[in-house]
Design a protein around this ligand. Structure first.
Ligand code: IVH
Length: 693
C-alpha cells in the first residue's frame, strides 16, 4: 500500500506540472480527480505516511498559522528604480565603464507586480518558503505556498537539480483570479482589494491555507541561487529551472546592445497590456554571474541590476460633477464624475477623491480638465488639474457637503482624521446595513449565506433593521409558497387593513432554511465574538477577547467606568471612552438586552475548579493535532487563563507540541529551556476529551 501511495504522489506531481506549468495535460480532469481521490483515501487510512509535500496538501488545511520569522540564507536586496530611458542608458554606460571594456550581456525581464518569495529546496524537496520581510528575515509561509499549483513541491526526478537550491520569484495574482475574487467580495459586502499586488500579499499572509488554495496565486521565478549552479549565466540558469519543474516566463531577452534594450522596453511598454498578470516595469540584469559578483552591491541594492518602471497610464477629461457616497461605516467619500475617457483599456467615468483635503489640494472646480491615472491601482485617481489662465472663467468651486446625502444628518470630521462621518449612527440606512453585515461576519456571529445583497433586500422589505431582528425571522409555508417574516407569519398581513404589520417576503425554501439554521447556531458563539459583533468603535477582535476574559460577562462590562477599563492591559483612553459611550446609549443598551433575551452568549462559560489553571501562562502551539483543532486549543488556553503566543521566547511557559513540530522550533525551545507538552499530556491536565472524529 505504501508503494501505491508513493507512486500516486509521483504521478500526481507530474500531472500537476503538465497542467499548471507546461499547459499540456496528459490526462482528463476526471482522471486526475480519480487518482487524487485514491491518494486522499489511502493517506487517510495510513496517517503514518503523512508528508507535507504530498499533492493532497495543495488544498490547504484548517490549521491556523502564526507565522514564524526566519533568517534568509542570503539577504534579499531590492532594486534601484528609474522611470526614464536616459537613466537606463546611464546604467548601461556605468556598467560598461566598471567592467573596463569587457564584453557583457544584459538580461531584460518583466517586473511582475506581486511580492517576492524565497523557496528553499533540499534534495529536490520544497523545505521552506519565506517572504522578503525586512530583507534579512522573512515570514515562514510554507504552508500557504504549498497550495500554489505552479510551485513544485518536488523537483522533477532525474533533472539534475542542485542538492541545495534557493529559487526566488514573484508571487502574484493573475488578473482573472483578482477580478473573480473582488466580485465575490463585493457580493459578500467585504472590502475590495485595490490591486492584484495587495490581493496576493493579503492572501499569502492568510492564516488559513485553504483560503490561499482557493485564490489561485501563481509564482514566476526570477533568480536561482546555489553553491553548485550548473551554468555561469543568470538567464541560462533560469532556463534550467524550467527543466527542474518551474514555470519560467518567456518574456526574457538577453541583450548585447543598448539598442536591443530600448527595443525590449518599447515592446513591453505596449504589450504588457495583453498579459494575464500585472507588471510594473522591466528589470535589467548583467547576465554573467562572475561580472555580477565583480560589480557587487550597495547596502540596499545590487549594482548589476536596475528596474525601469512603466509610466502609469494617464488620460485627460472634464469634471462634470462631484457626488458623495456614504459607506457602511458612515464615512462619506467624494466621487468625481467625469466625461467618459479610455484609460488602460477601459472606459473611465468615475474616480475616488478620497476626502476633503484631496479636493482642496487639487483646487477642483466644476468643468475643470483633469488628469486621470491608473497606476497599478484598479480605481482611477485624479492626479492633477489642467492649469487655467488667470482671467479664465471656471465653474463652481467644489465644496464638501455638510449633511449626509442618505439621511440628512449633519456630518462630523474628527480631529486628526481626514474622513467625514454621518452622525446618525442609529438610523442612517447604509450604517444600519453595515452594522448588520459586521454582526453576521465570519469573525463575529458567522452567519453564513447571508451576503450584503440579501441584507439589503431584507432591509428594504422591512425584515431587518437591527441585528436583533435576525432572531425574529420566521420561515413559514403558506399557500404552497415559503414566506420569511419578521415575527410570526400571518397571511392577513399580506392583504387588507393589517397589510404590512408583520413584514414578510416570498423566498426559496432551501437557501432560506440554511440562513435560519445559521442564525440559530450563532446562539452558541462565544461571548468574546458576540462582543466583537456589536461593532463598538475601536473594539476589534483582540480587544473584544481581552474585555470578555477580563470582565467575564456583559453586566460587569456595562457597569465598568473609564478608570476600571483603563486598568485592563491593552485598553487605552480611546477604547475605554468608546465602550462607556456605547453602553450609555439607550438604543445600544436595548440591543444588548434583546440579544440576551434571544439566548446569545453574554458571559463566558462558568469553569470548574480548573478555572485558571493556565493563569498567565504564555503558550506556543505548534504542529498538527488529533483530538481538537488548533483553533479550539487557542480558545481553551484563553478560557483557562493562559495566553497563546506566536513565537518561542524565553518568556514562553511551554510549547503545546503536536505531530510534526518543525525541527527549528524544537531546537529553539531546547536552547531556551522551554518545555514541550504533548497533546495527551495537555488534555489530561485540563481533563479534555481525547477522541478522534
Ligand atoms: S530581481 C536583487 N527580477 O521587484 C534584487 N525582481 O523592486 C532581485 N520583481 O523584490 C530582484 N519581477 O519582488 C527581480 N524579474 C524580476 C522581478 C523582480 C518582480 C520584484 C521583486 C523585487 C522587487 C524589486
Amino acid at each position: 500500500m505504501n508503494e501505491r501511495i508513493l507512486q500516486l504522489r509521483r504521478e500526481l506531481h507530474r500531472h500537476n506540472h503538465n497542467y499548471y506549468v507546461l499547459n499540456k495535460p496528459e490526462i482528463t480532469d476526471r482522471e486526475f480527480d480519480e487518482l487524487m481521490n485514491e491518494l486522499i483515501a489511502l493517506e487517510k487510512e495510513h496517517p503514518e505516511m503523512y508528508d507535507p509535500n504530498s499533492p493532497t496538501q495543495r488544498v490547504g488545511s484548517d490549521i491556523s498559522t502564526d507565522f514564524v520569522q526566519m533568517e534568509h540564507q542570503r539577504p534579499m536586496l531590492s532594486l534601484s528604480n528609474t522611470y526614464s530611458r536616459e537613466e537606463v542608458s546611464d546604467f548601461y554606460r556605468r556598467t560598461a565603464e566598471a567592467l573596463k571594456g569587457e564584453d557583457f550581456e544584459v538580461c531584460c525581464e518583466l517586473k511582475f507586480d506581486g511580492l517576492s518569495i524565497s523557496l528553499i529546496y533540499e534534495d529536490g524537496v520544497l523545505k521552506r518558503a519565506l517572504t522578503r520581510g525586512d530583507g534579512l528575515r522573512g515570514d515562514d509561509v510554507t504552508v500557504n505556498v504549498r497550495t500554489i499549483a505552479s510551485v513544485p513541491l518536488q523537483l522533477l526526478p532525474d533533472s539534475k537539480y542542485p542538492k541545495r537550491l534557493e529559487v526566488r520569484g514573484e508571487v502574484f495574482m493573475p488578473w482573472r483570479s483578482f477580478e473573480h475574487l473582488n466580485e465575490e467580495r463585493e457580493k459578500a459586502g467585504e472590502p475590495l482589494f485595490a490591486n492584484p499586488r495587495n490581493a496576493a500579499s493579503g492572501t499569502l499572509k492568510s492564516k488559513d491555507s485553504r483560503v490561499v488554495a482557493q485564490r489561485h496565486l501563481d509564482v514566476l521565478p526570477y533568480a536561482v541561487m546555489s553553491d553548485e549552479l550548473p551554468l555561469e549565466k543568470h538567464e541560462a540558469n533560469l532556463q534550467k529551472a524550467k527543466e527542474w519543474g518551474f514555470k519560467v516566463s518567456d518574456a526574457m531577452t538577453v541583450c548585447r546592445t543598448m539598442e536591443d534594450i530600448q527595443n525590449f522596453l518599447e515592446k513591453w511598454e505596449a504589450e504588457r497590456k495583453n498579459l494575464p498578470m500585472a507588471t510594473d516595469g522591466v528589470v535589467l540584469k548583467v547576465n554573467d554571474l562572475r561580472q555580477q559578483t565583480f560589480l557587487g552591491a550597495t547596502a540596499k541594492s545590487p549594482r548589476w541590476a536596475i528596474a525601469y518602471k512603466f509610466q502609469a497610464e494617464r488620460a485627460k477629461t472634464r469634471l462634470k460633477a462631484v457626488t458623495f457616497q456614504v459607506g457602511r461605516t458612515g464615512a462619506v467619500t467624494p466621487v468625481a464624475n467625469m466625461e467618459p475617457v479610455l484609460l488602460a483599456g477601459t472606459m473611465v467615468k468615475r474616480a475616488s477623491l478620497h476626502n476633503e483635503d484631496v479636493i482642496k489640494q487639487l483646487d477642483l472646480h466644476l468643468g475643470d480638465w483633469v488628469y486621470v491615472e491608473k497606476a497599478g491601482e484598479i480605481i482611477p485617481q485624479i492626479v492633477g488639474v489642467e492649469p487655467v489662465a488667470e482671467n479664465e472663467q471656471r465653474g463652481e468651486k467644489i465644496a464638501f457637503i455638510k449633511e449626509c446625502p442618505e439621511c440628512g444628518a449633519p456630518l462630523i470630521r474628527y480631529d486628526g482624521e481626514a474622513a467625514h462621518y454621518c452622525t446618525n449612527e442609529a438610523s442612517c440606512p447604509p450604517q444600519i446595513k453595515g452594522r448588520i453585515e459586521h454582526f453576521i461576519g465570519r469573525d463575529a456571529m458567522n452567519i453564513m449565506n447571508l451576503g450584503s445583497e440579501v441584507v439589503d433586500k431584507y432591509y428594504e422589505q422591512g425584515l431587518l433593521s437591527s441585528p436583533s431582528d435576525l432572531y425574529r425571522l420566521r420561515l413559514t409555508k403558506w399557500d404552497d409558497a415559503w414566506w420569511l417574516s419578521k415575527g410570526e407569519f400571518s397571511p392577513s398581513d399580506l392583504f387588507g387593513e393589517t397589510k404590512g404589520n408583520t413584514p414578510a417576503m416570498l423566498v426559496t425554501q432551501r437557501a432560506t432554511q440554511k440562513v435560519i439554521e445559521a442564525i440559530e447556531a450563532s446562539k452558541s458563539v462565544g461571548f468574546d465574538r458576540v462582543l466583537f459583533a456589536l461593532g463598538i468603535r475601536f473594539v476589534g477582535k483582540v480587544v473584544a477577547k481581552t474585555l470578555a476574559y477580563h470582565f467575564k460577562n456583559v453586566q460587569a462590562l456595562r457597569e465598568a467606568g473609564i478608570d476600571e477599563l483603563l486598568q485592563v492591559e491593552g485598553v487605552g483612553q480611546g477604547i475605554a471612552t468608546s465602550v462607556v459611550n456605547y453602553f450609555a446609549n439607550r438604543e445600544n443598551a436595548r440591543l444588548v438586552e434583546e440579544l440576551m433575551a434571544f439566548g446569545l452568549q453574554m458571559a463566558l462559560p462558568v469553569q470548574k475548579s480548573l478555572g485558571d489553571i493556565l493563569n498567565e501562562k504564555r503558550i506556543v502551539i505548534s504542529g498538527v493535532f488529533k483530538f481538537h483543532s488548533r483553533e479550539e486549543y487557542k480558545e481553551i488556553i484563553e478560557q483557562y487563563g493562559g495566553k497563546n503566543v506566536g513565537s518561542i521566547s524565553s518568556k514562553t511557559s511551554f510549547v503545546l507540541a503536536g505531530e510534526g513540530m518543525g525541527p527549528s522550533k524544537r531546537e529553539k525551545a531546547n536552547q531556551l529551556g522551554v518545555p514541550l507538552m504533548d497533546e495527551e499530556q495537555f488534555c489530561e491536565l485540563l481533563q479534555l476529551e481525547m477522541k478522534t472524529e
